[in-house]
Ligand binder design. Structure first.
Ligand SMILES: Cc1ncc(COP(=O)(O)O)c(C=O)c1O
Length: 397
């Protein structure tokens, strides 16, 4: 049986995690793995989540099965963070993280329209292509971002989407674009929303970092323009970053449908697809998010901590931009990541000479750095010749 299998190439990011852990040098900096870190380098459990865990420990009296749709009170509590109250025919189910939501969404689209195409701007989260493909979609790519000038190629994006056929799916990053940190501004969102409505395209919005960009409401202002302009959409939601639940695999897939009957059919189809994939999603993380969002006190605590996490990332971005004008673009970008225009040799040199670990693509998780590391990072970039290539970015708007 197994003789036909080929061992896929190792995941470069996982290899990086191991190399970082094995590096004995003091002051090493990990900009590789995509998790938030505080100023001491830890990825802490949020206080509201810790408090919810205590409540869950005391109150939970069974671990009996729920169902393929998961915890529907969790789904109901999450929905208003994304959708305006006035949006009708919204349905959703709990999924194992944002990844599970993306996969389930792809399978739902394939069930509704076999052979559907999805338009994905590059660069993007490396898992988007494989997840969509495995879910049965045909992936069409267009250039979204130029790392040398650190600019969104909005004209190229609009040209690509103008060539999409009616019913084609359009992947949009809700906020904190991974890996570039470059989000559409509201005028651009409006143009994309108009185009989607005009051409009858189907938006699939990946919202994995709500609250880690400009704020909980600000981070959904753009995607709400799309949801307003169209009557059908999918939103894949991850709670793994904004509730720091990573390994608890907490997410949801929401669908906006044209009619109540469609919404019912979508819900039933999603439950059926979940049943043949993972049967039921893991409960723990979703139960915690439900407890937080159903308690005004815990919600306040969660929101405050999220604001302080967001502010810390902003401090790192500002420190780098202030120290080095060639990195001014970092302060215009949002979220954990920016994608630096570095050659593979420069990324290697950062690791070997300076103990600074970055993904081979040049993606830097700025939340992996202390603001006080900014000087060391800028000096290391200069040492490996990494600032020369950033020069073009200075003149970019
Ligand atoms: C853009 C994007 N979408 C989805 C995900 C998946 O998140 P989760 O860990 O909840 O599966 C990630 C995780 O890094 C991401 O960056």
């Amino acid at each position: 049986m197994f003789e036909t299998l080929k061992n896929p190439p190792p995941d470069s990011l996982l290899a990086l995690i191991k190399a970082f852990a094995d590096d004995p040098r003091a002051g090493k900096i990990d900009l590789g793995v995509g998790v938030y870190r505080d100023d001491s380098g830890a990825t802490p459990i949020m206080q509201a989540v810790k408090d919810a865990e205590r409540i869950l420990f005391e109150a939970q009296d069974t671990k009996s099965y729920l169902g393929p749709e998961g915890d529907m009170r969790f789904v109901a509590a999450l929905q208003p963070l994304v959708f305006d109250k006035s949006t009708s025919h919204v349905t959703g189910i709990q999924t194992p993280g944002g990844s599970g939501a993306l996969r389930l969404g792809a399978e739902l689209i394939t069930a509704a329209r076999p052979g559907a195409r999805v338009w994905v701007g590059t660069p993007t989260w490396p898992n988007h292509g494989p997840v969509f493909q495995s879910g049965g979609l045909t992936v069409c790519r267009y250039r979204f971002f130029d790392t040398k000038t650190q600019t969104i190629l909005f004209d190229e994006m609009m040209a690509a989407l103008s060539g999409a056929a009616q019913g084609d799916v359009v992947l949009l990053h809700g906020c904190c674009h991974n890996p570039t940190g470059a989000d559409l501004d509201l005028d651009q969102w409006r143009e994309v929303a108009d185009l989607i409505a005009r051409r009858g395209l189907f938006p699939f919005i990946d919202l994995a970092y709500q609250g880690l960009g400009r704020g909980l409401d600000e981070d959904v202002a753009g995607l709400r323009l799309v949801l307003d302009a169209t009557d059908e959409a999918l939103v894949a939601y991850s709670c793994d970053k904004n509730f720091a639940l990573y390994r608890d695999r907490t997410g949801a897939l929401f669908a906006q449908a044209r009619t109540a009957a469609h919404a019912g059919a979508v819900f039933g189809s999603l439950a059926g697809l979940a049943r043949v994939n993972w049967s039921m999603p893991p409960d723990h993380g979703a139960a915690l998010v439900r407890i937080v969002l159903e308690s005004p006190d815990l919600t306040r605590s969660w929101r405050e901590e999220l604001v302080s996490m967001c502010a810390r990332i902003g401090d790192v971005r500002r420190a780098l931009a202030t120290l080095e004008p060639q990195l001014a673009f970092l302060d215009r970008q949002r979220g954990l990541f920016s994608n630096l225009a570095l050659a593979p040799e420069q990324i290697d040199a950062l690791r070997t000479r300076h103990a600074i670990y970055m993904a081979p693509s040049g993606r830097a998780n700025l939340a992996g750095m202390r603001a006080s590391d900014a000087g060391k990072f800028v000096a290391a970039l200069a040492d490996v010749g990494g600032l020369e290539r950033a020069k073009a970015a200075v003149i970019a708007p």
